[in-house]
Design a protein around this ligand. Structure first.
Ligand SMILES: Cc1cc2nc3c(=O)[nH]c(=O)nc-3n(C[C@H](O)[C@H](O)[C@H](O)COP(=O)(O)OP(=O)(O)OC[C@H]3O[C@@H](n4cnc5c(N)ncnc54)[C@H](O)[C@@H]3O)c2cc1C
Length: 567
């Protein structure tokens, strides 16, 4: 079936829906989303959204900017970071005016709490349900503006003709039919890829589809080697316990009952940035100082008192009880680091226009924003609460840029064989001769990524992981779809998701192998120091027949020269 919209947005998280609120002003606009809009992973965000409102501490955007630059281990592009932090206060007020019910101070202002790597109370929150309330608010705004939604439509390919984006091809999961969406502007807002790892805080749908779709269209991906591990995932599932628990005063304890951060970040303690804290926890575990020598440590919030916990962290109480069987009012919570966030992604300029080479040339009609994009405001390590902010600020900018560009974009020629090509692709994928279930290939990928490309990396395991991925790709090509039904074929959906996981995991691992230094979340035990002389630059990776091919882009430094990072 053929559809025509001026702007097609892929993804209904904070980034996609914020973009939609903006883009609908310029013409017809629709949002395609693989899950129902309010089930997007943004809705799981607990802790908060950062802005230098100064409601609880004196604060201003320059402090927010410095914290973000330092947190990024100086890999963030400072012009983009300046845009982010300067826009933050208005973005929060804008969300409030749309109806977001933020928590309040006793004086009635938007309440703010501490968060890792931020030197001021800067996280605006709604208890520990911040993402949930913002997602619902934006959904209401989209409905109010009559944005058309296509829920459970999974985008499989970008249509690019003569270098310009002309639309997308999508699978209607409910019927199994393919649909072609012609568009003047396409905005990718498909979220992150935490599901490449066995222990992950991410929703099952976070399989990095947008990255794979872009890479398959011949576009580069930026800084994919930087994967954030959140320090406090529940043991054993990896489900997130918000950093807000530490922002409110929670302690991390090792097997000896010591506040282990004393050894790693004596100044900021539990509120050091995530890369530092996750490495600290993993080191304690690796050196046998986990609880009972096991693979977890404790997060203790008991001293905060029942009243504060129930008011500020109600979801954490619930999650700890349901998924770890622990009453957090009376017992410490077992935690371990968990794969959480992708700093890298589809390279864009500061208005969301997708860049296609190291010189910064853009693809007419194609935009990206939110976690799937790399603008890059997080560099080598994102600070908590800066991601919801990025989704909102750069979602708005991408939507506005698409609107502004529409008059000169016109309708690019649509590649006539786009839909047939996708159909042929799917048929070939489904028809392997083997019997292996796709789920087993996915488990092996996640297990290998966890073991060989995790918090601590080095050459041997990374090379091994590249071999594993190549073998997994062969197994994938031979595997066979057993469910041949059309309606709600979840095996088919999982097969396509697995293809995407395999596509970009290879780039993550090859990027980690190529980057012979340690910076932010990327830590090489064989190159433990940051190396600005060779590596103060972004990686761009293209998928080639022999594996990923790399180029590099300089970091844009406007205000703060790189210094050693201490907490
Ligand atoms: C548990 C958890 C807690 C977090 N807490 C915080 C926090 O407190 N503060 C903070 O700043 N950040 C937090 N983060 C990070 C933050 O939530 C995300 O980075 C951000 O919400 C991403 O928004 P997004 O709009 O880019 O993507 P998402 O919200 O992930 O949405 C992606 C959308 O893309 C759609 N999609 C994906 N693939 C396809 C496809 N092939 N076809 C069609 N649609 C597709 C999905 O259906 C979905 O609608 C947290 C993350 C997690 C996992």
């Amino acid at each position: 079936m053929l559809h025509r919209y001026d702007t097609v947005i892929v993804g209904a998280g904070l980034a996609g829906m914020r973009a939609a609120v903006e883009a609908q002003a310029g013409g017809s606009c629709c949002v395609l989303t693989k899950v129902f809009p309010t089930r997007s992973h943004s809705g799981a965000a607990q802790g908060g959204i950062a802005a230098a409102l100064g409601n609880e501490d004196e604060d201003d955007w320059t402090l927010h900017m410095f914290d973000t630059v330092k947190g990024s281990d100086y890999l963030g592009d400072q012009d983009a970071i300046e845009i982010l932090v300067r826009a933050a206060p208005d973005a929060i007020i804008g969300l409030e005016h749309m109806g977001t019910p933020f928590s309040r101070t006793p004086a009635g202002r938007i309440a703010q709490r501490e968060f890792g790597g931020h030197t001021r109370k800067r996280a605006c929150y709604a208890a520990d349900l911040t993402g949930h309330v913002i997602l619902h608010t934006l959904y209401e705004q989209c409905l109010r503006h009559a944005v058309r939604f296509f829920p459970e439509f999974m985008v499989l390919a970008l249509a690019i003709e003569e270098g310009a984006c002309a639309g997308v091809v999508a699978l209607d999961i409910a019927t199994g039919e393919l649909h072609t969406f012609r568009a003047r502007a396409v905005i990718l807002a498909t979220g992150g890829y935490g599901r490449a790892f066995r222990i992950s805080s991410n929703a099952h749908a976070n399989t990095g589809d947008g990255l794979s779709v872009a890479a398959r269209a011949g576009l580069p991906l930026e800084d994919m080697e930087f994967v954030q591990y959140h320090p406090t995932g529940l043991f054993p599932s990896g489900i997130l316990v918000t950093e807000g628990a530490r922002g409110e005063g929670g302690h991390i304890l090792n097997g000896a009952g010591e506040r282990l951060m004393e050894r790693y970040a004596p100044k900021m303690m539990e509120l050091a940035p995530r890369d530092v804290t996750s490495r600290a926890i993993q080191s304690e575990i690796n050196e046998g100082r986990g609880i009972g020598g096991g693979a977890f440590v404790h997060l203790d919030i008991r001293h905060l008192g029942a009243e504060k916990i129930m008011k500020r962290l109600p979801q954490i109480l619930d999650l700890a009880l349901r998924f770890a069987g622990v009453d957090a009012l009376r017992e410490p919570i077992p935690i371990q680091p968990t794969a959480h966030y992708s700093m890298g992604g589809i390279p864009t300029d500061n208005d969301g226009r997708v860049r296609r080479d190291a010189a910064g040339a853009v693809v007419p009609g194609l935009y990206a924003c939110g976690e799937c994009a790399c603008v890059s405001v997080h560099g080598a390590n994102r600070l908590g609460c800066n991601s919801l902010l990025e989704a909102v600020v750069f979602g708005e900018r991408a939507g506005r840029a698409a609107c502004a560009d529409l008059p000169r974009l016109g309708w690019a020629a649509f590649p006539p064989a786009a839909e047939a090509g996708v159909r042929g692709d799917l048929a070939a994928l489904a028809d392997g001769q083997g019997r292996e279930p796709f789920a087993r290939i996915r488990d092996d990928l996640q297990e290998g990524m966890q073991r060989n490309c995790g918090i601590f990396r080095s050459e041997g395991p990374l090379r091994e992981q590249l071999d594993i991925i190549r073998r997994l790709k062969e197994r994938f090509a031979a595997a066979r779809l057993t469910d041949r039904g059309r309606r709600f074929n979840t095996e088919l959906v999982e097969m396509i998701e697995l293809r995407s996981l395999l596509d970009f995991s290879e780039i993550v691992v090859a990027g980690a192998l190529a980057r012979t230094e340690s910076r932010g979340a990327h830590y090489r035990t064989d190159y433990p120091r940051r190396n600005d002389a060779d590596w103060l630059r972004h990686s761009l990776a293209w998928t080639g027949p022999e594996g990923p091919v790399f180029d590099h882009v300089p970091v844009r430094i406007t205000r703060y020269e790189p210094k050693e990072r201490k907490y």
